[in-house]
Design a protein around this ligand. Structure first.
Ligand code: HEC
Ligand code: HEC
Ligand code: HEC
Ligand code: HEC
Ligand code: HEC
Ligand code: HEC
Ligand code: HEC
Ligand code: HEC
Length: 392
C-alpha cells in the first residue's frame, strides 16, 4: 500500500503537473473560481487523506473516479461530502476515528452549489415521489396510481425514488438504500437526489448531457420519450454526427456551434439561446404539462415558457420554421384533446364509477392505462420533432 506521504505527494504533483492544462479546462473562469474556494489544496487534502489512505485499496473504483473528477482537480475531497458533525442525525463513527454519513443529500451539495440546489428543489424531479403521493381523487390518473399506494410506491421507486431510512446504527437501512431515484426522500426529510443524474464519483456534466443519463428513467412502455428521441432526426444526428468532446465544456451555455444535434439536456436544461448557465428545473421551457391526460397549461407565463424553448431551436433552425412547427403542433394537440381524449376520459370515468371491483374493473384499468400511455405518446410526438410518426 502506498504510504500517506507518497499519496499526498502524488496528489500535489497531480495538482501542479498541469493536469488542469491538459484537460482543456485550464482557463475556465468557473473552475478558477472553484479553485479560489479552496486556496490551500494541501489543507484540504489533509482532511481527506485519511479516507484516501484506506479507500484507494478498499474501494479503488470510487477512488479512481473521484481522482479523475473536476472535484478532485478543484480540491473537493471525500470529507467535504461525507464528513459530519458527531451530533448530526445521520452520523456514524467510521474507522474508529471519524464521523461520517453514507447518503449525501442535495443539502450537502448545496454547501457549494447553492443556486443549483434552490432551482432544483422545486422541480418535478425533486418532487417525483411526493407527486405520486399527493395525486388527488379528481385527477384522471388517480384510479391507476392509487393501486400502488399501499406499499408506498415501492414498485415505482427505481425512477421516482423511495423513502430512505436509517437503521439503529445510523447506517442506511438495507431495505431502502441504495436508491438512485429522482425524488427520493432523504433521512433528513429533504427531497431529491443530485446523483440520480450525476451518478458515480466523477460527478460529470458531460455524462449528464448525454441522452443515456435521462433514458435510464425516461424510457419504456409508459414513457415514450426514449423511442421518440431515438427515432427522431435529432436522435439520429446525435448518434452519428456529434463530437462527444464538446460535451465536456463546463460552466457555459451551449449553442449550435458546439452541438450539431440537440440532446434531452440541451433542450430542457442548458441555457442555450439565453446566454445563461444550466437550469436544474425542466419546467422553465414547458408551457403545459403534456404528461397529464388533459395537458393543462402552466399556471402563468405560458408564452414566456414557450419562447424559452424556441430560443433553443433557434440555435439551429430559422425562427419562421420553428414558429410554423409549434403552431401546427398546438393546432393538432387541441384537435386531438377535443376529439379523442376528452370523450374517452368521460367514458372511462363513467365505467370506473360503475364498476367498483373485481376482474371487470381490473380489465377496464388495464385498457385505461394503455389509453393514457397512448395519449401521452401522441402529445409528446407532436412536439419533439417527430410529427407524422405518431402511433403504429
Ligand atoms: C482504516 C481504513 C478506513 C478509513 C481511514 C476510512 N474508511 Fe471508509 N471504509 C473502510 C472500509 C473497510 C469500508 C467497508 C468497505 C468494504 O468492506 O469494502 C468503508 C466503508 C465506507 C463507506 C460506506 C459505509 C456504509 O456501510 O454505508 C463510506 C461512505 C466511507 N467508508 C467513507 C469514508 C470516508 C469519507 C473516510 C474519511 C473520513 C473514510 N471512509 C475513512 C475503511 C476506511
Ligand atoms: C461531491 C461529493 C462526494 C465526494 C467528493 C465523495 N463522495 Fe462518496 N458519495 C457521494 C454520493 C452522492 C454518494 C451516493 C450516496 C447516495 O445515494 O446519496 C456516495 C457514496 C459513497 C460510498 C458508498 C457507495 C458504495 O456503493 O459503496 C462510499 C464508500 C463513498 N462514497 C466513498 C467516498 C470516498 C472514499 C471519497 C473520496 C475518494 C468520496 N466518497 C468522495 C458523494 C461524494
Ligand atoms: C466543497 C464544495 C463542493 C461540494 C460539497 C460539492 N461540490 Fe460539486 N463542484 C465544486 C466545485 C468547486 C466545482 C468546479 C466547478 C464549479 O464551480 O461549478 C464543482 C463541480 C461540479 C460538477 C461539474 C463537474 C464536471 O466535470 O462536469 C458537478 C456535476 C457537481 N459539482 C456536482 C456536485 C454534487 C452532485 C455534489 C453533492 C453530492 C457536489 N457537487 C458537492 C464544489 C463542490
Ligand atoms: C432517476 C430517474 C430520472 C432521471 C435520471 C431523469 N428523469 Fe426526468 N423525470 C423523472 C420523473 C419521475 C419525472 C416526473 C416528475 C413529475 O411527475 O413531476 C421526470 C420529469 C421530467 C420532465 C418534466 C418536467 C419536470 O421537471 O417535471 C422533464 C423535462 C425531464 N424529466 C427531463 C429529464 C432530462 C433532460 C433528464 C436527463 C438529463 C432526466 N429528466 C433524467 C425521472 C428521471
Ligand atoms: C422507468 C422509470 C419509471 C418507473 C419504474 C415509474 N415511473 Fe412514473 N414517471 C417516470 C418518468 C420519466 C416520468 C415523467 C415523464 C413522463 O411522464 O413521460 C414519470 C411520470 C409519472 C406520472 C405523471 C405522468 C403520467 O404518465 O401520468 C405518473 C402518474 C407516474 N409516473 C406514475 C408511476 C407509478 C404509479 C409508478 C409505479 C407503478 C411509476 N410511475 C413507475 C419514470 C418511471
Ligand atoms: C435531472 C438530471 C439532473 C439532476 C437531478 C441534477 N443535475 Fe446537475 N446537471 C445536469 C445536466 C444535464 C447538466 C449539464 C447541463 C448543461 O450545461 O448542458 C448538469 C450540470 C451540473 C453542474 C455544472 C454546471 C455548469 O454550469 O456547468 C453542476 C455543478 C451540477 N449539475 C450540480 C448539481 C447538483 C448540486 C444537483 C442537485 C442539487 C444536480 N446537479 C442535480 C443534470 C442534473
Ligand atoms: C429538440 C429539443 C428537444 C429534445 C432533444 C428533447 N425534448 Fe423533450 N420536449 C421538447 C419540447 C418542445 C416539448 C414540449 C414543450 C411544449 O409543451 O411546448 C418537450 C416535452 C417533454 C416532456 C413533457 C414535459 C411536460 O411536462 O409537458 C418530457 C418529459 C420530455 N420532453 C423529456 C425529454 C427527454 C427525456 C428527452 C431525451 C430522450 C427529450 N425530452 C428530448 C423538446 C425537446
Ligand atoms: C443543435 C441543433 C438543433 C437544435 C437546437 C434543434 N434542432 Fe431540429 N434539427 C436539427 C438537425 C441537424 C435536424 C436534421 C434535419 C436537418 O438537417 O434539417 C433537425 C430536424 C428537425 C425537424 C425535422 C424532423 C424530420 O423528421 O424531418 C424538426 C421538426 C425539428 N428539427 C424541430 C426542432 C425543434 C422544435 C427544436 C426546438 C425545440 C429543434 N428542432 C432544435 C438540429 C437542431
Amino acid at each position: 500500500m502506498v504510504s500517506l506521504s507518497q499519496m499526498l505527494c502524488f496528489i500535489f504533483t497531480f495538482f501542479l503537473s498541469g493536469a488542469l492544462a491538459s484537460t482543456g479546462f485550464a482557463h475556465n473562469p468557473i473552475l478558477d473560481k472553484g479553485k479560489d474556494k479552496h486556496k490551500d489544496p494541501e489543507k484540504l487534502m489533509n482532511k481527506s487523506s485519511f479516507c484516501i489512505e484506506c479507500h484507494q485499496e478498499e474501494t479503488p473504483g470510487i477512488f479512481e473516479e473521484w481522482l479523475k473528477s473536476t472535484h478532485a482537480r478543484t480540491g473537493v475531497g471525500c470529507a467535504d461530502c461525507h464528513a459530519t458533525d458527531a451530533k448530526e442525525y445521520d452520523t456514524f463513527l467510521h474507522a474508529e476515528k471519524h464521523y461520517i454519513r453514507t447518503v449525501v443529500s442535495p443539502i450537502i451539495c448545496a454547501k457549494c452549489h447553492k443556486d443549483i440546489q434552490r432551482d432544483y428543489f422545486t422541480s418535478g424531479h425533486a418532487q417525483a415521489l411526493e407527486v405520486l403521493k399527493t395525486i388527488k381523487e379528481d385527477d384522471p390518473r388517480f384510479p391507476v396510481v392509487s393501486l400502488y399506494k399501499d406499499d408506498n410506491f415501492q414498485q415505482c421507486s427505481g425512477c421516482h425514488g423511495g423513502e430512505v431510512a436509517l437503521d439503529d446504527n445510523h447506517l442506511p437501512d438495507e431495505a431502502t438504500w441504495p436508491d438512485s431515484g429522482a425524488g427520493r426522500i432523504n433521512p433528513n426529510t429533504s427531497h431529491g437526489n443530485c446523483s440520480s443524474c450525476h451518478l458515480g464519483h466523477r460527478f460529470s456534466s458531460a455524462a449528464a448531457r448525454q441522452p443515456e443519463t435521462c433514458l435510464r428513467c425516461h424510457d419504456g412502455r409508459n414513457y415514450p420519450e426514449g423511442d421518440i428521441y431515438r427515432s427522431s432526426a435529432h436522435g439520429m444526428v446525435y448518434a452519428t454526427q456529434t463530437d462527444k468532446e464538446n460535451l465536456g465544456k463546463l460552466g457555459f451555455y451551449f449553442t449550435g456551434k458546439d452541438m450539431v444535434a440537440p440532446t434531452c439536456a440541451f433542450c430542457h436544461f442548458n441555457g442555450s439561446g439565453h446566454g445563461q448557465r444550466t437550469r436544474h428545473n425542466g419546467a422553465w421551457r414547458l408551457p403545459r404539462d403534456l404528461t397529464h391526460p388533459e395537458a393543462p397549461m402552466a399556471p402563468k407565463n405560458a408564452d414566456k415558457l414557450r419562447s424559452n424553448m424556441k430560443a433553443v431551436c433557434n440555435q439551429c433552425h430559422a425562427k419562421t420554421v420553428i414558429n410554423r412547427f409549434f403552431d401546427n403542433a398546438d393546432k393538432r394537440l387541441a384537435e386531438y384533446q377535443e376529439k379523442t381524449v376528452q370523450p374517452k376520459l368521460k367514458e372511462y370515468r363513467r365505467k370506473l364509477a360503475e364498476v367498483k371491483e373485481g376482474t371487470e374493473r381490473e380489465n377496464i384499468i388495464k385498457e385505461y392505462t394503455r389509453f393514457l400511455a397512448e395519449g401521452k405518446r401522441y402529445r409528446m410526438n407532436l412536439y419533439m420533432g417527430n410529427i407524422g410518426r405518431t402511433q403504429r
